[in-house]
Design a protein around this ligand. Structure first.
Ligand SMILES: NC(=O)c1ccc[n+]([C@@H]2O[C@H](COP(=O)([O-])OP(=O)(O)OC[C@H]3O[C@@H](n4cnc5c(N)ncnc54)[C@H](O)[C@@H]3O)[C@@H](O)[C@H]2O)c1
Length: 370
């Protein structure tokens, strides 16, 4: 495994450590905090693949209690959060206890939500283990749960006290979850780093996704994404303005993801749904915010070769449009999008009407079948 010197980036007073030595930083953090009880939240996979590594390298966590939740989107529910709050109470957790979220975006969204609510807010840290977790979800303080198949409808902006990224965790991550994480990195490039977009779009991604694990490539991607998120979140933690740019691809992506949760077959992975949402948003960008045709074709062409298609029939189109209308990002009953005027240049608060959204979904359908 490549040697990765420790680096620290600070996002809104949350230190983010990245490197092979982060477990030492976790130890230092825990020693300074002196928590009354440590609770490590995992899912089944991260308990199996990641917890042994964390415990092996940490002195302070030997006596931590482990709470293991089911994985997947369904775990981000109020029922599951309540179950974990009850587990914490039974295990004697206090106001000055510490929660450690060891997992992907599901564990950090859920664990952050639990920490925000428990005893009116206890300290938590994120030790992200998936690519989405490391590049995006563990940073910026957004926590939340789903309501039915509506994504992230209830939550808090409640930042972690620290984020500790050990790139080696990605080695056990299945290839489809690496691909899913790549979607958030592509988003981060498209909204703020044109050079990174061109670099990614020239990569032979199939080899990187299914061949031997190239830690150098993935660490560079995580670093780029963390720095980009930092730039955005440090100015607008509460998403009043600039942070909305991070929603590129998510308005339609969340609706597709939510729709797939209630459909037969495997639900869409978050990143695959975001990639489909980005195809739609790229089409709308050409229509409404002047994204040149050549850029639209390059972005759409690239996304459709990397991410799996999710064809929509007439009935699904109607259901997805309904979910989009209910998206939390809409204002005064208008659905607002983040679009692009060119790669790297986002335009926020663009209102799109129902017909434009349907056109974008139909464009998606055609683009994946051609
Ligand atoms: N809060 C935010 O800012 C933010 C940003 C982006 C995404 N999200 C949320 O993140 C979630 C998606 O994140 P995700 O894709 O990480 O989901 P996830 O947490 O479900 O992880 C994906 C899968 O990988 C497994 N896994 C994780 N790390 C592993 C490892 N090292 N080895 C083996 N298996 C491992 C998990 O068990 C799971 O099966 C969505 O709910 C999305 O809404 C939140």
């Amino acid at each position: 495994m490549m040697r990765i010197p420790n680096r620290t980036v600070t996002v809104n007073r949350t230190p983010i450590y990245i490197g092979n030595q982060v477990f030492t930083e976790v130890d230092k953090f825990v020693r300074n905090l002196h928590p009354a009880g440590i609770f490590i939240l995992t899912d089944l996979n991260t308990k199996h693949y990641c917890l042994p590594l964390l415990l092996e390298h940490s002195v302070t966590l030997k006596k931590a209690s482990v709470i293991c939740t089911d994985g997947g989107e369904a775990a981000k529910s109020i029922e599951n959060a309540t179950k974990i709050w009850i587990d914490l109470l039974h295990a004697g957790a206090e106001r000055s206890s510490l929660i450690i979220n060891l997992g992907g975006g599901v564990v950090s969204d859920l664990g952050g939500f639990i920490a925000a609510g428990f005893k009116r807010g206890i300290t938590y840290i994120n030790v992200p283990t998936s690519l989405i977790g490391q590049a995006d979800a563990s940073i910026g303080g957004k926590t939340g749960i789903n309501v039915g198949n509506l994504k992230n409808q209830v939550g808090f902006i409640y930042p972690a006290a620290g984020v500790f990224i050990f790139p080696g965790f990605l080695q056990s991550l299945p290839a489809d979850h690496l691909r899913s994480g790549l979607a958030e990195i592509i988003k981060s490039a498209l909204i703020g780093n044109e050079k990174l977009w061109h670099r990614i779009s020239r990569q032979q991604l199939q080899g990187l996704l299914s061949g031997p694990f190239d830690s150098g490539f993935w660490v560079r991607m995580v670093l780029e994404a963390v720095q980009q998120k930092n730039k955005v979140v440090m100015h607008d933690l509460h998403e009043r303005k600039k942070r909305k740019m991070l929603n590129f691809g998510h308005t339609i992506g969340h609706a597709l993801e939510g729709f797939s949760m209630n459909s037969p077959g495997q639900p869409l992975l978050h990143g695959d749904a975001v990639a489909a949402g980005m195809i739609c948003a790229t089409y709308l960008s050409h229509l409404k915010t002047g994204l040149p045709l050549a850029d639209m074709e390059a972005i759409v062409g690239f996304l459709r070769t990397v991410f799996p298609p999710f064809p929509l029939d007439g009935d699904s189109l109607t259901k997805v449009s309904e979910l989009i209308k209910q998206d939390k990002k809409q204002q005064n009953r208008k659905v607002q999008f983040t679009l692009l005027s060119k790669p790297g240049k986002p335009v926020i608060n663009v209102t799109c009407v129902k017909e434009e959204i349907c056109d974008a979904l139909m464009f998606y359908n055609v683009s994946i079948s051609s």
